[in-house]
Design a protein around this ligand. Structure first.
Ligand SMILES: Cc1cc2nc3c(=O)[nH]c(=O)nc-3n(C[C@H](O)[C@H](O)[C@H](O)COP(=O)(O)O)c2cc1C
Length: 206
């Protein structure tokens, strides 16, 4: 039984600094801690992109908090994480009629960006605050009945020093160890209900 399921997706972990540190720190911190978690390294599990949907859905069942941990690639998620959404968040399971499997769970996005904090502003070269890139994630969570927790972002990953990266990883581990006792959680609005209208698509053949 895991309280927290971390779905981690980095396409090139051998050349990563941020995620390698996060993976190591999170694996170490879990041992003996008050909150149990499991880290599923999607690129290690599915190097051929053949996702075991039943195994992924089973892993989600016992988690109250689901974490998506990945570098920002082209202002969104890496391709295997996207494929995971396409296949695991199935109609009738995660959303739509009868799709209640994830309802009431929390989703926390933990990401890093190459762009600095300043670059994510109307005057920076990324032209938008980082929050402008969250709606597809937030709405995915909402459609599945999940509460979208405020994302954790490490900006300027290329230029971050080892100490900064290590400190960031410790903060993330500490938050997981304290989940769900986070000060901001009680102030979050409840998840908006997003029922898919029954007639939106034909029901499967009996
Ligand atoms: C294919 C690709 C696309 C990327 N797209 C973005 C992007 O849209 N915005 C951004 O700020 N950084 C982008 N980056 C930089 C990554 O976010 C950065 O390398 C990563 O967060 C560093 O984490 P790591 O040390 O674990 O690899 C991109 C990197 C790659 C390889």
């Amino acid at each position: 039984m895991h309280d927290v399921l971390i779905l981690a997706a980095h396409p090139d972990l051998a050349h990563s600094r941020v995620h390698r540190t996060l993976f190591d720190t999170l694996r170490r911190a879990e041992a003996g801690g008050p909150v149990r978690w499991s880290l599923r390294d999607l690129y290690a599990l599915y190097p051929d992109y053949l996702i075991d949907v039943a195994a992924e859905q089973a892993a989600l069942a016992s988690a109250q908090l689901v974490v998506w941990l990945h570098p920002i690639h082209w202002y969104g998620m890496p391709p295997l994480m996207k494929l995971w959404c396409d296949e695991v968040l199935a109609f009738g399971w995660a959303y739509g009629p009868g799709g209640q499997a994830l309802a009431g769970k929390d989703l926390w996005l933990v990401v890093s960006t190459g762009g600095t904090d300043a670059s994510y502003s109307p005057t920076g070269h990324n032209r938008h605050f980082i929050d402008a890139f969250w709606p597809p994630y937030e709405q995915t969570a909402a459609l599945c009945g999940m509460r979208f927790l405020p994302p954790a972002v490490l900006h300027g990953a290329h230029r971050a020093g080892d100490g900064e990266i290590a400190a960031h990883a410790e903060v993330i581990a500490d938050r997981l160890l304290r989940y769900p006792d986070w000060p901001e959680i009680d102030d979050l609005p409840p998840c908006v209900p997003c029922d898919t209208p029954a007639g939106e698509r034909p029901l499967p053949e009996p």
